[in-house]
Design a binder for this molecule. Sequence first.
Ligand SMILES: [Zn+2]
Length: 460
Amino acid sequence: MKGKINLKVILIVLFGLAVIPALWILVFNLEGEKPVIEFESPTQILSIGASKDITVLASDQKKGLHKVKIEIVKDGKENVLIEKEYPKAGFFGAGVHKDTIKITIEPSKLGISEGKSLLRLSVWDYSWRRWWNGNITTIEKEINIDTKRPEIDVISGTQYVNQGGAGVEIYKLSEPCVKNGVYAGGNFFPGYSGYFPDKNIYICFYALEYDKGPGTEIYAFAVDEAGNSSKRGFNVSIKEKKFKEDSINISDSFLNAVMPQFDMTVDKNSTNPLLDKYIKVNRELRVANHNKLKELVQNPEKEILWQGAFISFPNAANKASFADHRNYNYQGKLVDSQTHLGIDLASLAGAPIPAANKGKIAYVGDFGIYGKMVLIDHGFGIFSLYGHMSSSDVTVGQIVEKNYTIGRSGKTGLAAGDHLHFSMLVDNVFVNPLEWLDASWIVNNITSKINDAKSVSGSK
Ligand SMILES: [Zn+2]
């Protein structure tokens, strides 16, 4: 009896030792978990132009990756872009579990024609399923092969642009483009659709910085969804402008009156903390304010709100011009130099300031060197800026008509006396405000170009 039981136990143990691992191996190797394949950023692969880089992520948690195949299926024909095999997984699945595949798709090299096609991603794992063929996952995405560059048809005639001034270009695109506008001296100015009934016609206000003269490259640019881009020059004549030099004496009484409002720390060993603070404000805070301003003008109104010439601060004396090169002297010694990117207009203290044209209030509040500031968005990238105000009761988002009182003049910020600092911007480039205050400049350079384009486009 005893021997029989022992034998039974031994047989069961032996059976267990042999069969359980065998079952375990079978279960492990016959795993049914599908491998995963996906685009790193699926929304970016709707269109493929002359060349497109895509990134595909493949993974398999269990037995590991066996094979990845990426192909474009066009008119029933499979064009393999890549077929990649991974080292065989060991008995216990020690293969590759994760891979990032980067490929460049160039349809013309593959002989793939324009139009709709399928981008197919397939991945196999090392499972023993399907008679050792493994689990497979396939995903397909409909894509548009578009290797044609957008065409830019320039509508506006010859343009005359001043150094430090603005211009407008009107053009028609052959297809919708994700980015289009004008590059002028390296700055990009977006074009806006919607003014003309033909949605493919764009208006683009652009500008030349005060230090960009004749020889500066200006051209229209467009890039479609597939990444095909075009550049197109137009007839533009740049007029050189010389700007003034100006000397400003920094007195101790000015420093005493103006500097306490600024929170800026200076070296505690400084022998003249007020002057050092002034220099720091004039340099660093000025740059920080201009960087913040670039953010404020990023999303302008998508319609032209202004009409006709912009209006100036009434009964005011012109105290400083646009792009004056200012040398700041303290006790006869040059301590700093900056460029004045607006005009200074002085009237009576606390005089009412009119909105230069119709627009939407984009900012109101303290703004560093500009003190209490109002920024008006006139649409399509045109902005007006009012600095050093003593008060303002407009609110952000409010639409103001031309000549509406937006506040009163003052001497907040970096200002010695009561005056209005008035700037005009085209996107984030400061331009000479005198152009916008000049009715005949507006007619000759802006409104006549828009009206000419109306007649050319037929105004359907
Ligand atoms: Zn000023």
